[in-house]
Design a protein around this ligand. Structure first.
Ligand code: GLP
Length: 238
């Protein structure tokens, strides 16, 4: 548990920085949302100070809205470009994200899985968590999908994400996301959560049983997960 959002971001950056110094060709899985913004800011500072270099790193983002164009400022592509890929000087050919506007969704999802496989799999996957316990855009339900797929977003997620849009009606209803299998195959996982809204999801993720109703709870079955939370997100852990 970390004191506040700033120390959470610094600790997360220290962990990622350490892995990249050990292996400059690390394959990183990246997340969007407000939680990893501090981490990205700290990593960019480290790049500018010459402490780390992302020149050889390969990245794969968890998810993207559907349908959405890359140029749309609400797309995750745009977010990544602005907050991380560009300022961290990640070569564009090494930065991957699901295509939010493919001609053939199934083929595009298959291709994304293949690219991850060909890159040697993900070494370190960074995750945020939804208020309902989702990771990527794997929503709670009867069953979870293993691979990259198209998903309908839950009402809760649409409501939570509407803060990034002018009108709730503008929030995309669908997304393309890595599956639980894609995420669980990562050799190491770093889950970040901050703020009181994440308290329940974190308690269920860490203390509850494994359930498709709380997709993040499946991480308990992963051999190498670090969960970094601030005080507020840890409020129900005692
Ligand atoms: C979205 C993303 C998730 C993210 C979650 C939480 O639904 N698809 O990857 O973890 O939001 O976002 P935030 O960090 O803004 O709370």
């Amino acid at each position: 548990m970390l004191r506040d959002y700033q120390s959470l971001s610094e600790q997360a950056a220290a962990l990622v920085g350490d892995r990249i110094r050990r292996n400059p060709a690390t394959v990183l899985g990246l997340a969007t949302g407000s939680t990893p913004l501090g981490l990205y800011r700290e990593l960019v500072k480290m790049v500018r100070r010459g402490v780390i270099d992302f020149g050889e790193v390969v990245t794969f983002n968890l998810d993207e809205y559907y349908p959405i164009a890359k140029e749309n400022p609400q797309s995750y592509y745009y977010y990544m470009q602005r907050h991380f890929w560009e300022p961290a000087a990640i070569p564009p050919e090494r930065a991957h994200i699901p295509d939010g506007n493919p001609d053939d969704v199934r083929a595009s999802c298959r291709d994304y899985e293949l690219k991850i496989y060909r890159a040697g799999g993900i070494d370190l996957q960074i995750l945020g968590i939804g208020v309902n316990g989702h990771i990527g855009f794997n929503e709670p339900g009867e069953e979870l999908m293993a691979k990259t797929h198209l998903v309908s977003l839950s009402g809760e997620t649409i409501a939570a994400n509407s803060r990034f849009f002018e009108k709730a009606a503008d929030v995309p209803r669908m997304a393309i996301t890595m599956g639980l299998g894609t995420i669980m195959k990562a050799r190491e996982i770093l889950l970040l959560a901050a703020g009181p809204d994440k308290g329940t999801a974190i308690r269920e993720t860490v203390k509850g049983g494994l359930s498709t109703r709380v997709p993040a709870s499946l991480l308990q079955a992963h051999p190498r997960v670090t969960v970094m939370v601030d005080r507020e997100a840890a409020r129900y852990l005692r």
